[in-house]
Design a protein around this ligand. Sequence first.
Ligand code: NAD
Ligand code: WQD
Length: 338
Amino acid sequence: MSEKILVTGGAGYIGSHTCLALLQAGFDVVVLDNLCNGSETALERVSALSGRTLKFVKGDIGDTPLVCRLLTEHCITGVIHFAGLKAVGESVVKPLDYYDTNVSGTLSLCRAMQEVNVKRLVFSSSATVYGEEAPVPYHEALGRGKTTQPYGTSKAMVEQILEDLYRSDPEWGIAVLRYFNPVGAHSSGLIGEDPKGIPNNLMPYMAQVAAGKREYLSVFGNDYPTPDGTCRRDYLHVVDLADGHLKALDWLQQPGVDVFNLGTGQAYSVLDMLRAFEGAIAGSLPYRIAPRRPGDLPEFWADASKAENVLGWKATLGLNQMMEDTWRWQSQNPNGYA
Ligand code: NAD
Ligand code: WQD
């Protein structure tokens, strides 16, 4: 019988790509998502692409009785927990919403898991937990630094909670995955990132400029201490990232708790990204140099060796693939899933 995985937030960007990878690898999948930022259409397309069905339940991770029921009724053996709020700027304005969903929501989920004895969890964390002063490249041994916005703090808090949970009960198996900057889309062009409103992140913003939905890209600062003056990040393809979750599940055959960077180990500047995207669209992308965005760090990237050595995971898809796949998704779905 196939193993059955509960995927919270499975109707979102990274979740939908991971559901596809799970189904293709033979897992059965139950998705719990309240659709506050996800789409049922994404899941219909995941089913079509995989030729398999998945079970979708519209609901909240904070609904403990519902989660207990799903875990037991479906004989779930592991949970991949994507559900959460992720906009850094919004988290400064609405900290209670962020702590409520990201921290209290995760606590409720863990309580439900503990109650029904499902103790295998993969958690979506973020490179932002390294804080403002960590030296690059970020290595897991650095530990968590000082975060300055509620989004990052909420991820750091959950990491601490999960470590404490394991310490209290070593039957748990918990993989904390710290994503760097996920971009791209499935090569079919059928699933991708569908931000609501004005995109906060670089890649979807560039895609909307290329599609004619926005006039130009604002490059936030060109006076950083980097080779071309613009910020540098570790962008990784979402399909590689999805695969990292399968590797983490595999590692969780044994109990334990550990954190892993999921990145490529390579940094690109905003202008590198712009030029690479111009290659994919075979045209020029209008941009203007704008003031720095508050809170942005000049540069960070992953030391990705631990994930390779322990999980057997390594990013394989390069910058051109990220750009081509983003553009295919954007041009085939000018209004996202709407
Ligand atoms: P997303 O917004 O596309 O997906 C999150 C999903 O969770 C959405 O479908 C949303 O409807 C659902 N959701 C939110 N609150 C919920 C709740 N209370 N109950 C049930 N469902 C709920 O985001 P994403 O980019 O796919 O990110 C997934 C996870 O990865 C998040 O936890 C995010 O913080 C983390 N992460 C994302 C990035 C990134 O750049 N995208 C980087 C690092 C970490
Ligand atoms: C990348 C670079 C911007 C938009 C955030 C979160 C992080 C993680 C990923 C969730 C920066 C520049 C951007 C634009 C620009 N998310 N930029 N013009 O800030 O590295 O990371 O998303 O966990 O936690 O902090 O990603 O895509 O917003 O920015 O010049 O219109 O692009 O200044 O240098 P970031 P991003």
